[in-house]
Design a protein around this ligand. Structure first.
Ligand SMILES: Nc1ncnc2c1ncn2[C@@H]1O[C@H](COP(=O)(O)OP(=O)(O)OP(=O)(O)O)[C@@H](O)[C@H]1O
Length: 308
């Protein structure tokens, strides 16, 4: 996939002297869903704000489809829709007026048919004449997305799109994001919900203390870093680890009733077979066994911990 956004050696130091981004290098591919994960204060919003021209970079360069965000600001910005974290919409305006106005801000000619399509796709059509302040929190969030899409951007940034929304709206948002992607829109989202990244993203970037600590295809990340656990529930508690089993580094539960073997997800299956044979040879009997795979959450927590 060709690159649509190129971020090179980007650093951001706020007026307070705080360095919120440190030498960030990142390429976003056209048409992908890229999830940016990071703990509170990691720099996610700062990174988005800089690419969208809301915050100025201190060092480095960002181009959007070849347009420099500083020297060719208008062209770069016109390609981007931004759904901010905070609800900043004008409370007294109607949904229709707010969304149409956003389109005008980018110098786009009026296109009521397009605005209608956006409002319908966000289930906002029935509310088009309602004032924003009369809408529920979830509806207001949909308005923010409609505003961001009003000028037909090729790239959509969603900053914590589903923070504080109910499960149903979250599902709707996910479906909408997928639909946008199938229409060719590139999506960059930040999220605290690891399951959201797991569900949605093609690639995942992890940012911690202003530094990108990892960028990887989601599938590859889970394959490479995912660990599996095999747990044996024993018929009788094991008091001492038999010699044959020592090389496997098995963990014994406090009551001795369970043995757990942790292994890389891409280890050859032969090792498990050998382990089970050794268990048998050692006269250890088990009544049940389970395998589990570490989630993206486990991977994320260990990455952020390692980077500290
Ligand atoms: N205008 C500002 N002036 C000084 N420091 C700032 C400013 N804006 C943000 N920061 C600091 O920069 C760091 C990164 O903030 P940012 O909002 O980018 O993080 P984030 O990853 O989006 O966090 P969250 O997940 O909490 O939204 C934080 O330590 C924050 O306090």
């Amino acid at each position: 996939m060709p690159t649509i956004i190129t971020i090179s050696n980007l650093s951001k130091t706020y007026g307070s002297g705080f360095r919120a981004l440190r030498d960030v290098n990142l390429e976003i591919r056209r048409g992908e869903i890229f999830a940016l994960l990071g703990p509170n204060g990691a720099g996610k919003t700062t990174l988005i704000s800089t690419v969208c021209g809301i915050a100025n970079p201190s060092e480095g360069k960002v181009t959007v489809a070849g347009h420099d965000i500083l020297t060719d600001y208008r062209a770069a910005r016109a390609m981007i829709g931004l759904v901010p974290q905070e609800l900043t919409t004008d409370a007294f305006e109607t949904v229709w007026a707010t969304v149409s106005f956003s389109r005008g801000l980018f110098g786009r000619p009026k296109n009521p048919a397009y605005v209608e399509k956006v409002l319908k796709s966000l289930s906002l059509w029935a509310k088009k004449d309602n004032k924003i302040m009369t809408l529920s929190g979830g509806m207001k969030r949909r308005v923010l997305i409609a505003k961001a899409l009003a000028h037909e951007p090729e790239i959509l940034f969603l900053d914590e799109p589903t923070a504080g929304v109910d499960v149903e709206l979250r599902r709707d948002m996910w479906n909408l994001v997928r639909e946008l992607q199938s229409n060719g829109v590139t999506i960059i989202l930040t999220t605290h919900y690891i399951e959201e990244a797991e569900e949605m993203a093609d690639r995942i970037g992890v940012i911690n203390r202003g530094e990108i600590v990892l960028v990887e295809e989601k599938r590859e990340l889970m394959r490479k870093l995912g660990q599996k656990k095999l747990t044996l529930q024993l018929e009788h508690p094991l008091v001492e680890m038999p010699a044959q089993l020592k090389p496997y580094g098995l963990a014994r539960s406090a009551d001795g009733g369970e043995l757990t073997y942790t292994y890389d997800a891409h280890d050859e299956p032969g090792r498990i077979i050998a382990l089970l044979r050794h268990v048998d040879e050692a006269g250890v009997r088990f009544k049940d066994l389970q395998t589990t795979q570490s989630s993206l959450e486990d991977i994320f927590v260990s990455l952020v911990r390692e980077a500290k």
